[in-house]
Each structure stands twice: as structure tokens, then as C-alpha cells.
Design a protein around this ligand. Structure first.
Ligand SMILES: [Zn+2]
Length: 970
């Protein structure tokens, strides 16, 4: 309190002494009124009164945001929404947010709204530009300048200097990526209005020198669902009386993983990337909510070493400026270090750093709704979410089971109230926190970041140019000069996808016009060449190289590896030979390539080679009315080899040709049916089971099946409890979920009242993708019994990742045990070797290697009892135990089997089962310890799942061996 009053006096005092300051809030705090002239804009007294009331402590506001102009003819948020930003118990639906920005744009030439796409559920995706009249009137010019700086090959250094003189940085702000983090999307409306209307010297300076662009809500579908949930449940919650349940869905497919969508699969993320590559904002700043009271990202270790060293100077410079400014205003709890690192390039705003710009991130204290709640700091006995020892945020916060964010928040618990070199003025004690506090912190932070940018606009632009130039130059100088992705690989459809994912991010790729001879080998004409003397050479290396984790003692916030060749099971050759830079190539000019498939020969029986293309399943479903069989053994026709699993199709050659060509497959019309055993590829009645408490991993599987055109029914406990699963389904898939068998079975705790997830006239966004009268309680033991009946009566149950604890722990696969790794084990998404033990099993159709790279998913350590009676007398038989017949794939384990990223304690997984196929009654349970369908990333593993679907009723158990084989007489 004292500090704050002193500061206010200091500001007033300085203003009198120095009436005209070049910039800044010194003039602004008291200056607005002091310099008011007859024509100047007056502040809105109603705003100041309301904001003072809603701010729970005087130190939780700054002189930057304690006032708001009332500009005639220009609507303030209250004029459109009916209330000031930050009113307790008020959240804004997306349509109203858009309505506000559009009204603002209609009223002032300083604001422009452009539509950049549609969300999954059809909402407009927009970017809002705010700047001076001149900036917004000449946006295309400014876009052109940044494009020139982004590709330094188009300008000389001298020309770049001229461009920098004329250019202005675009500073991009994004809110609402995580739907439960509601505050920033409210705040940004006030910010836009303030930037467009306020006449303080600080705001004028920002307006003149910086162009601000805004993503109001990065996931608008999730926003509306979360706002519905808040008004239905959260608004009535009080401390000690919460539902304990979050809304089951944010976006159509994922929750917070929209910030880990490294391949931009989701349309909302893709639209922003496309926009980014047209506009090149040097800074992308994501506004999140998690930490006490404002954490500003400084790019701490482990750091991606491919990125320009300049960036690692810029990041802490800006963060420290914000921390020192906000500390100066007396705002406690602003800090810069000890939370998120700079390793994974998959965060949304990383699109900027990946393209020579700068990712920035805040975590601002807040809740998933707009209730004022108590926060308790410095209480070591406290429990609760958000790492503050307070009550769980209304509505379960970021969705039940938000693993990465929640874990990190917990790690920070307690420590956030302590002073440290990166937290000079911690928040302490117990206090109420309101959504207006969240607005005050977020807006003050952002205005401070814009102040910094407006003080150094030319430095920001120069750095952007130099980082881009360095990217081209280091590509010429560094050891890795480029990459060859050879033509003629066994399955070119996964190569095509890999190329297109690189192209999506603006990476330049050419096709070799002739055979290529380099030190590393000879590659056929048509091979894909990625040269490193290009502006996005750093990104190409980051995505294609093996990740060498710099320090195994450091933890990281997300995955440690993402190597695209390994993830895709495609060959990508790293090239040191500098000759690659001078190779003649045909540049790929289109956004995407398509490698057409071919059907040759004539005849009524058509064979389609299964060489591991994920498109095989799409072909099967597109031709679902045709009879299609799978060859159980390899055969040849002419010079084409058809591996086991290849399709044999009768009828409608014209349709087959069309689809084979579209899907990039290789087919030959045969004179007669091949002389190998065949089985019919029947299509299963496929269900995906989902708990209500954690739907995201299921969402990724749904997304993949949707993209590959595989129909399925999404079922929940409601369907399971009805019984007779076998009457409706042949295969039930349980994607990674729950974390344990118990969690999967009992799911969300019931706290005494049913929690419905249903659509109504008032809440139109609920009840999507499934509905329930009560999402709590889980399927329970009755549900387990139904799953058991399903399997025993001939159903196939497939479990992925942590869902594989369920059949092991609840006896659906009685011989399978599921253990856990030790506390020392640490494996944040490395890629490791897995060994295929039963190459003839249909799950491995299309795979031709014994050892395959897989992403390690931290599922159970599976083992299968071998028939040795553990209760028998006498010593166990000598030698290693036999590998049970039902283990199809295993992890060899050990450090030398880690191909990319970090696995600490790699010996713990040695010889553990990776896939188990366990017969049970008339059916079977297939357990994957890993996750063969992870975040639209590990395309090389997808086929293990797809093959399981296509061959669900053709998996034959080997005849059980006499007990004496496995159990020597003792
Ligand atoms: Zn977030």
C-alpha cells in the first residue's frame, strides 16, 4: 500500500517536473487529465469506479489500466457488451466478442478485422489489427516490408536497412487457446479499445510505431462450450462446494493439446499458421492462465540449440523489462523463470521462433470462470489446483486430467510465494482474486511489452532480419548442409505426408532433376532435397534431426523428441556434403504435393500392395461394398512384390483405379487370383470408448480415424451399462485415457449431485460429441462386467497406452500384468526401438523390418505369465523365461535403443512387452503399451492400429502348446 502511494506521488511529481516525456506511463498516469484540452478525450468515471471496486487489492492494478477513455462515436466494450471488462461473474461468448471487434472496426480507422478461416464448428476465425490511422491504412505496405525482412535473399543489407527504416513490427497477441483460461480473451477487447482511443503519450507511441494484431480466441468452439459450462455450473460454485468436473470437451478433438499440435492438424491452428506465413509478425505472444500472479516466459533451459542465439538474449530482455516495470507499479508476483523451457517447438506461438521471430508467453493468475476466489500462498499444507494452495478452480480448471500444465503447476506450489532472483516481489498470504485482477495483470503486462517494442521497434525489426539472414548463412556453414528424402521408398504416401507437413510450415523443398551423388550416398532422380541455405533452415533441421537432449538432469514441459523421419518410418538422410547446396532441383511451388498411385495390367482381380501406407484403410472403406481379401503370404506379379496383407479385390476395376491413384497406392490387375491363402477383410462394427473425465487422447484417435475415413461410434459409460456390447460391436477401442485401470473404471468422482452434459436452448454448445445426464461415477464394476461379456462372447478389445492397465488390472486379460516404472524413470516422449517378435501377425502387415522406431508413451510395463506356476515348489527353471506366444512386440530397452530424445532409466523397460494379443473366451484383448496414434505425429505406427481394425476377425491364435513345453517338470 505504502509503496503504491509513493509511486503515485512519484509519477505526479515527475510529471510536473518533466511535462513532455518521450514515452511512457510517467506522463500517462496522471497525465491524461492534466493535459486534457477541450478536444481531448475524457476518461470514463464509471469505468474507474467499477474497476476499483472489482480489483481486490490496490496493488493488483497499475496506472496503465485504472482508467479508460470515453471516445465519442467509438464503442467501448461496455457499449456493446453491457458491462466493463472484468465484471465478476461475466464471461463473453465468442459471437459477442466478434460483434465487439467488428463494431470497433466500423467506428475507427485504427482497427481492422480480417477473417482467416473457420473453426471446426463453423465459427469465423479472425485477426484484429490495431494501430495508427496510417498503419492500418497501409497494412499491405507493412506486410510487404516484413516479407522482405523474412526472406533476406531478396535484399542486401543496405536495402534491408532502408526497409527497416520504413517498416513497423507487428506484435501478435493471442488469447483463448486454452478454453478454461478465460481472462485474456476478455482483456484483449479492452486493450484494443484502449490502443485505438487513448491519447496518453505511451499509447500514442505504441500506436505510431507498432502494429498490434490480435487473435481474440484461438479456440472459439472451446470458448463457447466453456462459457456455457461456467454459466451452468461454475457461476454457482463456492469455496468448498464445487462439482469437481470440467466440461468434457473444449475443441472438437483436443483440449490443451492445441498448444502441442506440432503438425498443425487442427484447422484453427492451421489457419493461424497460414496467416503467420503471410504477415510475418516478429513477435507472437500467447496469453495463458496458470501461474501466480504473472509468469512471463524467458526461454529457459533446456533450449533448442538450433534457434538463433539472438533470440535467447531477446527473450529474457523483454521478460525482465516487464518484471521490473510491473514491480515498479507495486504489482506483486511477477516472475520470469522456472516454469516453461525452450525445448519443444510444438507450442502454437513457437511458429514465430521457428520462423526467426520470437515466441512469448504469459501465465496469468486466473480461474476457468469469472468467480472471485480465494488464493492462499505460502501455506505448505494447502491443497488445490493452480499451484497456489487454493481451491480448485471452478469447473475443474483446464479439463480434468490436464497432465502437463497441472503437473508443472504443482511443481511450482509453495515456491511461488518465495522471493528469488527471478521473482523480486512475490505475492504472499491469503487474498481474493477476481477476473478484473486477471485483466489488470494481463493488460498491464501486454502494454509494458508493447512499450518495450515501441521503444525499440527498429531493434526488433533488425533482429528479425538478422535472425533470418543468419538462418540462411548458418545453413551454409554448419555441418548439416541439408537433407535428402529419397524417392523410391517402399511407401511413398508417408513420404508425401512428411513433405507436405514441411511445406505447410514454409520450408523450401526441391526435387532432384537427376540422380544425386553425395558423400552420403547416391539417390535417385526425383528425390526430395531440403537445402539449408534458406530462411527456414533452422526449422528444417529441428524437425528432421534426431533430438539430442542436452542435459538429462533437466526436466522439460513437453516432448523431448519429434524427429519426423522416425515418426513416419520414412528415410530421411542427413547430409554434410556441401554439394547439396548446388544441386539442380525443381522447386516445389505448390503448397502440397500429391504422388499419384498406379494400377497396371489388366484383369478382373486387382492386387494392391500393402507396403505400410496408412491409406490402405481408407481404400478399404471407400470400397466398402466390394469384396476385398488380404493375402496371408507374400506373392509376386511381374516385378511387383505383394507383401503379406496386400489387398486382393474383385470387381469394378475403374473405381479401384480411381481410388488407388488418388491414394498413392501401387496395384496390379492379375490374370488370376494369387496362389496364397487369403482371408476376407470384413469391416468391424467399431466403437471407441471414452471416459468423461479426460477426452483429449481419445480426440486424437478420433481425429486420425476421421482423417483416414474410418467410421466408428463414440461410446461412453451410458452405452456400456446398457449391456449387450457384443450385439452392437465387433471391436471396441480404448484409446489412452485415465492413467490407471481404476481411473478408467470410476472416472469423475460424484460429489452428491449429477452433472449433466446436455444441449439445451440456453446451453447450445453442451452435449456435443456425446451427451450424458451425469458424467460422474464412471462405468463402475457393472461396466467392467459388460466388457468381460463382450470379450468372452467373441468381441475384440483393443487398449492403447495407459488404457492397457484396465484389462490387466480388472482381469479381462488374466495372464497379463501391468507394472509401473520407478520414480527415477523419466521419459518425456522419446523415440525408441521396438522389436517385432511375430512378423507374420496381421498387426504387422506392411512392416518389413524387425526393429521399428516407436514413440514411448509411458503406458504400463506389460508382462505375460508364461505358464510357470509361481506357487510351485522348487527353484525356477534355468535361463531367461520364455517369451510368451502372445507378446507380439517388445522394447529391447537400454540407452542404446533410445533413438531420439530423453529416456532416463532406459533399462527399466528392457524386454517389456509393447503389444500383447491375448485370447480370452471367444474373443481377444490386444494391449498396446505404447500409443500407436499419438497427436497426428507417429504415422509409422498408425498401421498397427489400422491393421488391427481391418483384420479384427482374422487374427488366429497359435495353438496352445502343451503345458509341459512351457513348464518343465520339476
Ligand atoms: Zn494455457
Amino acid at each position: 500500500m505504502f509503496l503504491r502511494e509513493s509511486l503515485a506521488r512519484l509519477f505526479a511529481c515527475l510529471f510536473l517536473l518533466v511535462p513532455v516525456l518521450g514515452s511512457g506511463i510517467l506522463a500517462q498516469s496522471t497525465g491524461n487529465k492534466a493535459v486534457a484540452t477541450a478536444s481531448a478525450i475524457q476518461d470514463d468515471p464509471d469505468f474507474a469506479r467499477a474497476v476499483k471496486e472489482w480489483t481486490t487489492r490496490p496493488e493488483f492494478i497499475s496506472p496503465l489500466v485504472d482508467h479508460l477513455p470515453k471516445a465519442a462515436g467509438i464503442p467501448s466494450p461496455k457499449d456493446i457488451l453491457g458491462h466493463h471488462i472484468g465484471e465478476p461473474k461475466k464471461l463473453t461468448y465468442y459471437a459477442d466478442i466478434l460483434k465487439y471487434y467488428r463494431a470497433l472496426a466500423a467506428a475507427t480507422p485504427r482497427v481492422k478485422v480480417v477473417t482467416i478461416g473457420k473453426s471446426n464448428e463453423g465459427r469465423d476465425l479472425v485477426v484484429v489489427f490495431v494501430g495508427g490511422d496510417e498503419s492500418i491504412g497501409n497494412l499491405e505496405n507493412y506486410r510487404g516490408y516484413l516479407a522482405q525482412l523474412a526472406d533476406p535473399r531478396t535484399v542486401t543489407d543496405a536495402q534491408a536497412k532502408d526497409v527497416i527504416d520504413k517498416a513497423k513490427p507487428i506484435y501478435h497477441l493471442s488469447g483463448g487457446l486454452h478454453s478454461g483460461e478465460v481472462g485474456p480473451s476478455e482483456m484483449l477487447m479492452e486493450l484494443a479499445y484502449r490502443l485505438a482511443t487513448e491519447d496518453s503519450s505511451l499509447i500514442k507511441q505504441i500506436r505510431d510505431t507498432v502494429i498490434v494484431s490480435i487473435t481474440p480466441v484461438a479456440d472459439p468452439d472451446g470458448r463457447d462450450r466453456n462459457v456455457d459450462w461456467y454459466y451452468k455450473y461454475g457461476i454457482n460454485e463456492t469455496e468448498g462446494r464445487t462439482t469437481g468436473a470440467g466440461v468434457p470437451y473444449w475443441g472438437k478433438y483436443v483440449f490443451h493439446d492445441d498448444n502441442r499440435d506440432i503438425n498443425y492438424s487442427q484447422v484453427e491452428m492451421r489457419a493461424l499458421l497460414d496467416w503467420y506465413l503471410q504477415w510475418h509478425p516478429p513477435i507472437m505472444h500467447d496469453l495463458h492462465q496458470a501461474q501466480t500472479l504473472l509468469y512471463t516466459f524467458s526461454g529457459q533451459a533446456p533450449q533448442n540449440p538450433n534457434l538463433d542465439p539472438i533470440l535467447y538474449g531477446e527473450l529474457p530482455a523483454m521478460a525482465n523489462f516487464e518484471m521490473s516495470q510491473m514491480t515498479k507499479y507495486g504489482m506483486p508476483g511477477v516472475w520470469t523463470h522456472g516454469f516453461v523451457d525452450m525445448w519443444s517447438p510444438g507450442y502454437l506461438a513457437f511458429m514465430s521462433s521457428n520462423h526467426n521471430g520470437m515466441i512469448r508467453m504469459y501465465e496469468i493468475q486466473g480461474f476457468s470462470g469469472a468467480n472471485t476466489q480465494k488464493i492462499r500462498l505460502g501455506n505448505p499444507n494447502g491443497t488445490g489446483a493452480n499451484g497456489v494452495g487454493g481451491p480448485a478452480p471452478a469447473g475443474g480448471g483446464r479439463g480434468a486430467g490436464a497432465p502437463a500444465d497441472a503437473a508443472a503447476a504443482v511443481a511450482g506450489r509453495g515456491s511461488q510465494a518465495t522471493r528469488d532472483w527471478f521473482r523480486p516481489l512475490p505475492a504472499t498470504g491469503e487474498f481474493d482474486w477476481s477476473i478484473r485482477n486477471n485483466t489488470n495483470y494481463g493488460e498491464t503486462g501486454v502494454l509494458t511489452a508493447l512499450q518495450y517494442t515501441s521503444q525499440f521497434p527498429k531493434i526488433i525489426l533488425e533482429n528479425f532480419y538478422v535472425k533470418s539472414r543468419n538462418s540462411v548463412e548458418t545453413g551454409r556453414k554448419e555441418t548439416v548442409a541439408g537433407y535428402v528424402i529419397p524417392a523410391g521408398q517402399r511407401d511413398m504416401t508417408r513420404v508425401e505426408r512428411l513433405i507436405n507437413l514441411l511445406r505447410l510450415q514454409g520450408i523450401e523443398i526441391g526435387r532432384a532433376s537427376a540422380e544425386v551423388k553425395l558423400t552420403e550416398g547416391t539417390f535417385p532422380a526425383g528425390s526430395f532435397i531440403v537445402k539449408r541455405d534458406q530462411p527456414y533452415s533452422r526449422l528444417a533441421k529441428t524437425l528432421l534431426e534426431k533430438q539430442v537432449y542436452p542435459d538429462p538432469t533437466l526436466r522439460t514441459y513437453d516432448d523431448t523428441s519429434w524427429t519426423m523421419g522416425l515418426m513416419s518410418h520414412a528415410e530421411v538422410k542427413e547430409i554434410a556434403d556441401k554439394k547439396i547446396l548446388d544441386l539442380a532441383v525443381e522447386p516445389i511451388k505448390t503448397a502440397e504435393i500429391h504422388l499419384a498411385g498406379a494400377l497396371s495390367g489388366s484383369g478382373s482381380t486387382i492386387a494392391v500392395a500393402h507396403t505400410g501406407s496408412n491409406n490402405m484403410i481408407t481404400l478399404r472403406y471407400r470400397l466398402k461394398d466390394l469384396t476385398i481379401q488380404a493375402a496371408e503370404k507374400e506373392f509376386k506379379q511381374g516385378d511387383v512384390t505383394f507383401p503379406a496383407g496386400s489387398f486382393v479385390i474383385n470387381g469394378d476395376a475403374a473405381r479401384v483405379r480411381t481410388e488407388v491413384e488418388k491414394l498413392g497406392l501401387t496395384a496390379v490387375a492379375l490374370p488370376s487370383a494369387p496362389q496364397v491363402p487369403l482371408h476376407a477383410l470384413d469391416l468391424p462394427r467399431l466403437a471407441i470408448y471414452s471416459i468423461w473425465g479426460n477426452t483429449q487422447e481419445i480426440g486424437w484417435v478420433r481425429y486420425a480415424l476421421d482423417r483416414f475415413e474410418v467410421p466408428y461410434e463414440l461410446i461412453f459409460k451410458e452405452r456400456v451399462k446398457k449391456g449387450d456390447l457384443r450385439g452392437s460391436y465387433d471391436l471396441i477401442l480404448l484409446p489412452n485415457q485415465g492413467g490407471s485401470g481404476k481411473r478408467l473404471v470410476f472416472d469423475i468422482e460424484n460429489r452428491g449431485q449429477p452433472i449433466a452434459y446436455k444441449k439445451s436452448d440456453q446451453f447450445k454448445n453442451l452435449g456435443m460429441y456425446g451427451e450424458s445426464d451425469d458424467i460422474t461415477g464412471g462405468m463402475g464394476l457393472d461396466g467392467v462386467a459388460e466388457f468381460e461379456k463382450f470379450v468372452k462372447s467373441g468381441g475384440v478389445l483393443v487398449t492403447l497406452g495407459t488404457a492397457s492397465y484396465f484389462p490387466a488390472e480388472f482381469g479381462l486379460a488374466p495372464k497379463v500384468d501391468a507394472a509401473r516404472t520407478s520414480a527415477q524413470f523419466y521419459a518425456p516422449g522419446p523415440i525408441v526401438n521396438a522389436e517385432i517378435l511375430k512378423p507374420e501377425h496381421p498387426i504387422f502387415y506392411g512392416y518389413d523390418k524387425k526393429m521399428v522406431p516407436v514413440r514411448y508413451a509411458n503406458g504400463p510395463l506389460l508382462s505375460v505369465q508364461t505358464g510357470v506356476n509361481p506357487f510351485a515348489d522348487g527353484p525356477p527353471p534355468p535361463g531367461p523365461p520364455p517369451t510368451p506366444q502372445s507378446v507380439l512386440m517388445r522394447y529391447p530397452g537400454g540407452d542404446d535403443q533410445v533413438l531420439s530424445g530423453l529416456m532416463r532409466g532406459a533399462a527399466e523397460i528392457r524386454n517389456r512387452a509393447a503389444i500383447v494379443d491375448e485370447p480370452s473366451g471367444k474373443g481377444r484383448v490386444i494391449l498396446f503399451a505404447g500409443n500407436p496414434c499419438y497427436r497426428w505425429q507417429n504415422f509409422g505406427e498408425f498401421n498397427m492400429l489400422f491393421n488391427t481394425v481391418l483384420n479384427f476377425n482374422d487374427i488366429k491364435s497359435e495353438p496352445a502348446k502343451p503345458a509341459t513345453t512351457d513348464t518343465p517338470a520339476r
